[in-house]
Design a protein around this ligand. Sequence first.
Ligand code: ZN
Ligand code: ZN
Length: 74
Amino acid sequence: MTEIYECAVCGVVSKVGSNLCRPDRQEDIHDYCGTTRERGAMCTEIKGSLPIVCGTCGRPAKQADLICNPLMLG
Ligand SMILES: [Zn+2]
Ligand SMILES: [Zn+2]
């Protein structure tokens, strides 16, 4: 089973928690994708290298299969 971590500060999701400033373990995609929640400023580390956002809910992600409608940026 895939491990999923959400950054508690900026909301980016990743399979590697150590990439995030405040990793928060998520059970599955439905726990975060398609939900709207308050998000703070994007973490500096993520901002420079963020490849993907969800076209439906706007959720940023490090891996495309972590979000419901992946949109590649650039
Ligand atoms: Zn963050
Ligand atoms: Zn989504």
